[in-house]
Design a protein around this ligand. Structure first.
Ligand code: B3K
Ligand code: ZN
Length: 876
């Protein structure tokens, strides 16, 4: 656990020219021969040794140009191999032999086995668990791979690049050889072997090359790959049309495995996926699952250019590939589906995950400058805020310059390992704009707060908009500089029209974008004939908090008239928030909860407006979450009171809108067989929202139980079951439905994960007893990350009342789980532990209990670097 600093970066002393790996597969004793050709970098001192990384390795052989190396010439430890007295200039060959145990690899980093399948995960530093290597992203080389394995057990043997050939090898064994001509860093290496089924298709690229597409799955799952294959082809086409990016090998492969630490991995030509993000059919996958599959298939595919062809110089530059690729997959989904609805979902996600990270002890810049464990920096800040930063570049420059900048980036840096500065420079070069201040978005952590006040003067027809920005202090960054914040805006007139706001002083305005660059800035608009309503940060053009008190009437005006659908949703949210925070306070003090009729009217008006797309109306009806309300309250939070208050508001809306919800529930019936397309999914979402409100209005499990019985797809089935379990936990209908669901889907692990999740998130104190019982359930499997996340992760992240018990038992339970998971799978343990990152915003009794539980973890002598890093930062 050494601390790594961005400022210490320097290139390697030796340049790697070629990599040639031979694997002799064995479940517990796989032999790896690595032949590496190096030469000393020009100007590097003769005394400099070759230093290679390892992790839990043992060296079993070392050759220099095929001859033994005397023991005095090298030092091997589990963490490194250091070789001295190497040639001055001439290239030389080092052959390293290691033996590794895939079966015993529970970390799921390096080469491991899942359900009898060999598979790898090398990002960020897993390759060093396979062989000694310069395991860093700026070391690029072409790879040749030979895999030798038992023929019967491994009819499929895959690696990156193009297939060279394969044949029988010796008694009962076979070999397969692969060559990847594109120089790549070790984190993009992959190997998969075992008995897998394959589904094939083809794609013809823009230059008329035919690419073979293959999706490998466990036998029996072939029929569940159709949607993923379709999403892949649409992604390939879209990247050609939108970014001019063509695929560059003869074959593109995806492998779905059931034990995986994250969503998927973009290994060159051989993406490995968590099967959750590949397998789908109407009976087992929800609309959300389909949308996730589409997004993640696209994301990993898009990495081929943003990540693989152009990679990161060092891990500090992670956002260079992740933020940009998230931006690209967001754009893809927006084009495939409804752009405003997609934007609403993204912003909900950003606010519920990234804002708390940015406002808590784990806050870090989009490009961090130090880390102790790089795996802890695959964060929502690097990914989602990183994507927002690229989105802001597009907003600031306009689409034409943005596109030119991307083209330049691909052209200038193809085949290189680069930095954020290299990326930003491309946009500066094409636009002539200085992005120095803008680049603070990469280096300053914390969510900026923009205070807004306005003034309208009828006689001079002048509208004044005063903005003040403040970037909060974050760990290691007490003082902040003002940022360059692009704020899309509209001045909406009485009749709903948008005022011409081109006559403006006080700062730069491009199109409908205000450039806020100073700490305080006043924009003065002239020629505004009547008092306008300001709609600010439209489409969420900047990831900031806005403090602007607008009257309910003004918010309702935006909700009715803004041409930006996102802003209409935002206005309704802004209308709801004060009602929900007040409800939480009232509930805490034992007062009756009330709700402004203007909010109810505005929500019902939007929900009932048949000119609006159903998916949007469903988003309107999904009020801010309990976590959202907690964040608005800011501190001293009582999750019970927030829950009670919010439920009371839902009940008031439900009662007032009962007739509308009945109408929507029957109007939104599907008129044909299930289809996962966005429009049909939107109808189902609106129908589900109506069903939820009806459960509040009718206060009976009846309708949900009927919906459960009638559902012919997993979306409606799981929604009905969740509603039953969360609203009517004691009802016999609920007990019966939970049992029948388990019996029906017992053979399908991904569906059983849903069964665990929806019980883990049942609100209230009883949740803990339920979760503890589920840990002892025969279907619980502590070795499967999806199952652990479904139960322990969902409980800690997504059950505010059940987890944040006043007596602290929830925190102590989690601490116990973290200490159990950590020795087996540190990455998983560290990730789940981040669920406690907002512990300081709890009321004192709970906060004290949370701190004690964290200190129990911290005191454990044998923590992984992963968990130690997180727990120490959270307690700092
Ligand atoms: N690049 C991988 C994430 C690797 C995580 C390593 N701890 C998946 C992705 O972002 O596409
Ligand atoms: Zn990614």
């Amino acid at each position: 656990g050494q601390i790594v600093h961005l400022a210490d970066y320097r290139p390697t002393d030796f340049v790697l020219e070629r990599v040639d790996l031979t694997f002799e597969l064995d479940p517990t004793n796989t032999k790896v021969d690595a032949r590496l050709i190096f030469h000393r970098r020009e100007g590097v001192d003769l005394s400099a040794p070759l230093v290679l990384d390892g992790d839990e390795l043992a060296l079993s052989g070392l050759l220099f140009d095929q001859k033994d190396v005397p023991a005095s010439q090298y030092d091997a430890t589990p963490e490194s191999l250091i070789i001295r007295d190497l040639p001055a200039e001439a290239p030389f060959e080092i052959t390293i032999t290691t033996h590794i145990n895939p079966e015993a690899n529970t970390q799921l980093m390096g080469l491991y086995r899942t359900n009898g399948i060999y598979c790898t995960q090398c990002e960020a530093e897993g390759f060093r668990r396979i062989t000694y290597f310069p395991d860093r992203p700026d070391v690029l080389a072409p790879y040749t791979i030979t895999i030798i394995g038992d023929k019967a057990a491994n009819p499929v043997m895959l690696s990156n690049g193009n297939f060279l050939g394969g044949a029988g090898y010796d008694e009962g064994r076979a070999f397969a050889a692969w060559f990847d001509p594109h120089p790549k860093p070790s984190y993009l290496f992959a190997l998969v072997a075992g008995d897998l089924a394959v589904v094939e298709d083809t794609f013809v690229t823009m230059s008329e090359r035919e690419v073979t597409l293959k999706i490998y799955v466990e036998h029996g799952n072939e029929s569940r790959t159709a949607y993923a294959m379709d999403a892949l082809k649409r992604s390939m086409k879209w990247d050609e049309e939108r970014f001019g990016r063509e695929y560059d090998l003869d074959i593109f492969m995806i492998v779905a495995v059931s034990d995986f630490n994250m969503g998927a991995m973009e290994n060159k030509g051989l993406n490995v996926f968590n099967d959750k993000y590949v397998l789908a059919d109407p009976e087992t996958a929800t609309d959300q699952d389909y949308a996730n599959i589409e997004a993640i298939i696209a994301h990993e595919y898009f990495h081929n250019w943003t990540g693989n062809r152009i990679t990161c110089r060092d891990w500090f530059q992670l956002c260079l590939k992740e933020g940009l690729t998230v931006y690209r997959d967001h754009e893809f989904s927006a084009d495939q589906r409804s752009r405003p609805v997609k934007r609403i979902a993204e912003v909900r996600h950003l606010r519920s995950d990234q804002f708390p990270e940015d406002g808590g002890p784990l806050a870090h810049p989009v490009r961090p400058t130090t880390y102790r464990e790089i795996n802890n920096f695959y964060t929502t800040t690097v990914y989602q805020k990183g994507s927002e930063v690229t989105g802001m570049i597009a907003t600031l420059l306009g689409m034409d310059d943005f596109k030119a900048g991307m083209d330049l980036y691909f052209e200038r840096h193809d085949g290189q390992a680069v930095t954020v500065e290299d990326y930003v420079k491309c946009f500066e070069d094409v636009s002539g704009r200085d992005l120095a201040q803008f680049s603070l978005w990469y280096s300053q952590a914390g969510t900026p707060l923009v205070n807004v006040s306005t003034e309208y003067d009828q006689t001079s027809a002048t509208f004044k908009l005063s903005l003040e920005q403040m970037v909060p202090a974050t760990p290691g960054q007490p003082d902040k500089q003002p940022m360059h914040i692009p704020l899309s805006f509209a001045l909406i007139l009485d009749n709903g029209a948008i005022a011409d706001a081109t006559s403006v002083k006080g700062g730069e305005v491009t199109g409908d974008v205000l450039h806020l660059t100073d700490r305080r800035q006043t924009f003065t608009f002239t020629g505004i004939a009547s008092r306008p309503v300001l709609s600010l940060n439209r489409s969420f053009s900047a990831p900031v908090n806005i403090a602007f008190t607008q009257t309910p009437a003004d918010l309702a005006h935006i909700a009715r008239h803004d041409t930006d659908l996102f802003s209409r949703w935002q206005a309704l949210t802004d209308l709801a928030i004060p009602n929900l925070t007040k409800a939480a306070r009232d509930a805490r003090e034992g007062h009756e909860v009330t709700c402004d009729p203007a909010l109810i009217a505005a929500l019902l008006e939007a929900a009932g407006d048949d000119t609006l797309e159903p998916a949007f109306r469903a988003q309107v009806l999904a009020l801010p979450s309990e976590a959202d309300i907690g964040r608005e309250l800011g501190g001293n939070n009582d999750p019970e009171a927030i829950h009670t208050g919010r439920n009371a508001v839902l009940k008031l809306i439900a009662d007032a809108g009962e007739d509308l919800f009945k109408r929507l529930f029957s109007d939104m019936k599907a008129d044909s067989a299930y289809s996962p397309d966005a429009e049909s999914a939107g109808k189902r979402a609106l129908k589900a929202a109506a069903l939820t409100y009806l459960a509040y209005a009718e206060n009976s499990p009846q309708r949900a139980a009927e919906a459960f019985g009638a559902a012919d797809n997993m979306t409606e089935l799981s929604q009905a079951l969740t509603l039953l379990a969360h609203r009517f936990p004691e009802a016999s209908e609920t007990t019966g439905a939970l049992a029948s669901f388990l019996t029906r889907f017992d053979a399908n692990p991904l569906v059983i994960d849903k069964w665990f999740s929806l019980q883990a998130t049942m609100p209230g104190e009883d949740a803990l007893a339920r979760v503890k019982a589920l840990i002892d359930h025969p279907r619980y499997n502590a070795g499967n990350p999806n199952r652990v996340r479904a139960l322990v992760g969902m409980y800690a992240f997504s059950n505010p009342t059940g987890f944040n018990r006043r007596d602290g038992e929830g925190y102590r339970f989690l601490a116990g789980q973290i200490l159990e998971i950590d020795p087996k799978n540190p990455q998983l343990a560290a990730r789940i532990l981040t669920s406690m990152r907002s512990w300081r915003s709890l009321e004192p009794t709970r906060a004290d209990q949370a701190r004690d539980a964290l200190m129990t973890i911290e005191r454990s002598p044998s923590l992984s670097t992963d968990v130690r890093d997180i727990v120490e930062r959270m307690l700092k």
